[in-house]
Design a protein around this ligand. Structure first.
Ligand SMILES: [Cu+2]
Length: 124
């Protein structure tokens, strides 16, 4: 009687493990689809502001791309075009600024609070 109970428990554990493995495989397949869609779109890009720097410092994108800067630093920063093309408000921690680059060109920018912080967007 006892060995029957242990055998049933072992079978139940095996079935649970099969379900778990199956759900993991489905999740991995979905991730692959999402990555593919991101690459096909290519109309959005991100710049991270952290530790007094823009990363990537130089970002090259196709015309029509919207770039979103996110301040991940614990102090305020801004994103200001050197040539007056765009200008964010002061961005506190986790605040964002987005700008859509319609025309090809080189767009240098800096942080108005810390002018030594510089970056560049290259639009092709
Ligand atoms: Cu700054």
């Amino acid at each position: 009687m006892r060995s029957w109970w242990v055998g049933s428990l072992a079978a139940a554990v095996m079935i649970a493990m099969l379900f778990f493995a199956g759900s993991m495989r489905v999740r991995a397949e979905n991730d692959g689809v999402n990555n593919h869609n991101d690459q096909a779109a290519a109309t959005a890009a991100d710049v991270r502001i952290d530790n007094f720097s823009f990363a990537p410092q130089t970002l090259t994108v196709a015309a029509g791309t919207t770039i979103t800067w996110t301040n991940r630093d614990d102090i305020p920063h801004s994103v200001v075009s050197t040539d007056g093309v765009f200008k964010s408000k002061v961005r506190d921690t986790d605040e964002k600024f987005s700008y859509t680059f319609a025309k090809a060109g080189v767009y240098p920018y800096y942080c108005s609070i810390h002018p030594k912080m510089t970056g560049k967007v290259v639009v092709q």
